[in-house]
Design a binder for this molecule. Structure first.
Ligand code: E4P
Length: 215
């Protein structure tokens, strides 16, 4: 399973890269707004740190506007993947992007069939948002299982990025379902790495090491 970082904070991305954990990055306008820096500058910086797919989101409401943005964003760096929202206009834009060789990540997917349609339009990635479904008392992970089964049934090359991940159990479930990618906020990655029994084990070994007589 590939791990993407779901952040636009280059400090967090560098830290995760130094741990050997980053296969790609997903951003969205909310994450980029938090940095206080211009949109394209953030994407360029991230592309300079991670040699993998970097998602940057188009915000136009219509296919024509999305296409214009997609052509501009994909010109920033060869690794840029254009995030397109799952709408009628979005599907039109994905179809043309696919024909032009621009890789897309269809975002804001909340229903398995939306993901299937995005794959049919030619999306390279689809992003089911599971945490936001859990937030409204719907089991987000059910959608991921259904979507993966549908894509496998018809041999679509589209990869599923499990997004809107809130905690470690989401990551365990994604791996058990065979999701292609999880995109993680830095705090979730940190929780996956650390365990209190590891910390207390290290403390005990260090305390005992100090008792060993020096030659
Ligand atoms: C994914 O591409 C999105 O940026 C992200 O996972 C959204 O997560 P949120 O629901 O925590 O905002």
């Amino acid at each position: 399973m590939k791990i993407f970082m779901d952040t636009a904070d280059v400090g967090e991305i560098r830290e995760a890269v130094s741990m050997g954990m980053v296969d790609g990055v997903t951003t969205n306008p909310s994450l980029i707004a938090k940095t206080g820096k211009p949109f394209n500058q953030v994407i360029e910086e991230i592309c300079g740190i991670v040699d993998g797919p970097i998602s940057a989101e188009a915000v136009s409401p219509d296919a024509e506007g999305m296409l214009k943005e997609a052509r501009e964003l994909s010109g920033i760096h060869k690794n840029v993947v254009v995030k397109i929202p799952m709408t009628t206009e979005g599907l039109k834009a994905v179809k043309i992007c696919s024909a032009e060789g621009i890789k897309t990540n269809v975002t804001l997917v909340f229903q398995s069939l939306q993901g299937l349609l995005a794959a049919k339009a030619g999306a390279g990635y689809v992003s089911p948002f599971i945490g936001r479904l859990d937030d409204i008392c719907q089991e987000g992970m059910d959608m991921v299982g259904d979507l993966l089964a549908m894509l496998r049934n018809y041999n679509y090359p589209t990869e599923v990025i499990v997004a809107s991940i809130r905690h470690s159990i989401h990551v365990v479930q994604s791996a058990l379902l065979g999701a292609h990618v999880v995109t993680l906020p830095f705090k979730v990655l940190d929780r996956l790495v650390n365990h209190p029994l590891t910390d207390s084990g290290i403390e005990k070994f260090l305390a005992d090491y100090k008792k060993i007589p020096k030659p």
